[in-house]
Unconditional design. Sequence first.
Length: 243
Amino acid sequence: ADIQHFDEIDSTNNYAKKIANEGCAHGTVVVAEKQTTGRGRIGRQWQSDTSEGIWFSIVLRPEMKPEDLQVITLAASVAVVEAIEETLGIVCGIKWPNDIIIDGKKLGGILTELSAEPGHVNYVVVGIGINANQDLEHFDYEIRQKAISLKMCKGETVSRSNLLGSILTNFEEVYKGVLLGKNKEIIDRWTKYSVTIGKEVKIAYRNMEYIGTAQSVASDGRLIVQCKDGVTREISAGEIQVR
Ligand code: BTN
């Protein structure tokens, strides 16, 4: 596959979207040592001004309906946690929809962005960020209480290239699973690592707020929440806050 490597870039997701718009091939990977304006979900920043992390984006051109895409993001988090377990022996948790967690702290995250029309997907960019070799002092003061790296966990520097290779291999496998409709198998693997199922969650939805217990993930990737008002709701990513 085509892998484009940068010493420094604004955001691998921005660049991936640019080349996707220009027609780059399915499976193109953009990796950067440092990002100057790394982005997180819901408009947040993502601190990635150091070559001690793993920052990359994958361009996909899936032949599927836009509403079926959510499983791809869940599949990406499965690829990440399984790769970390296989290469480093560290077992992470996944917080809905795709925060990678160790000891309640954030190790990494996934930002999926897409271009689609009704019924047709132009492209999907799956952006993955993992804190690999940062020391605690490296993190900005505001996130120091909430962030963790693989090095902090393992007590030694980890190989970023081994882990990246393993994530890409795993992602290819789970992505093929999604195309073959093996959603249930992928969701079962996701659920094994989930730290959300069975927990209380708060959902912000159409100016309303609901509190409930996360029950399970449906085959389309939505989270099923038994709300305190007695109604069971199926929630898409972006609408939820896990307590
Ligand atoms: C989150 O948990 O909020 C998602 C974080 C995603 C960060 C990665 S790093 C590579 C890619 N480029 C970006 O600008 N963001 C993603």
